[in-house]
Design a protein around this ligand. Sequence first.
Ligand SMILES: [Zn+2]
Length: 253
Amino acid sequence: MAKHCLNCGHPVNLNYCPQCAQATNVGRITWKSFNAEFLHTLTHVEKNIIGTGWQLIKDPGRLYDEYFAGKRKKYTSPVAFFLIWVTISVFTHQAIISHSGFHPVYLKGLTFSRPESIQVFIKHGEWLYILCFPISAALFYFMLGRTTFTYIESIIITMYSFSLVYVFYTVYYLVGGALFLLNVLHWRFYLVQILTALIYTIWACYSIFRKKKKQWLWARIITYLLVNSIVVLRFLEYMSNLWFCAEGELSPH
Ligand SMILES: [Zn+2]
């Protein structure tokens, strides 16, 4: 019996189409098939996200080795993982700020060259930080990855790492901000976030390169962290200034 895939028309005799991978046993949509599809998508995506997140904490080096060697379906794709966690994190942050009425607490003496910009940074820092991701990826490639990974692989590594840091931030907002009512706009809260990002980056770099016999590994990791922190901070300051000026032009006092 000659059957054809209902999606692409390719002749099929297996459970899945060899051309487009759609299941071949689909009929009219029923409540039963809709519910099954809905449940499958939900549990599958959730299982994948938790598995990918856990692997990124436990042994990121192994995830990258497997992912680059071709194990793709096992993990949530870096783009999806990034978009999901950045969105969840930013929404959680905004929801907590608007419900709690927290006010920023600055560290005395630590301001940007234009003091008003620090307010922009405190309020919108999460968005601005996303823009730093391509900078970090380039620095990672030139200072650490170059001989082991291609540039696009370096971008994927940075994407996953950024996403995982946002997972931590989300947990901090929920546990610290929503549960224990800590001021998420306090400079100490930011300090903990910055330290988390630094510690995770050290762990990820070590996990990635420990079996790759890289010369001067620790010196490279520390230089990368220092240069990355300085460049990212300068960039955030620049963007905050720009944002502040744009806001001033839009709404003159
Ligand atoms: Zn097909």
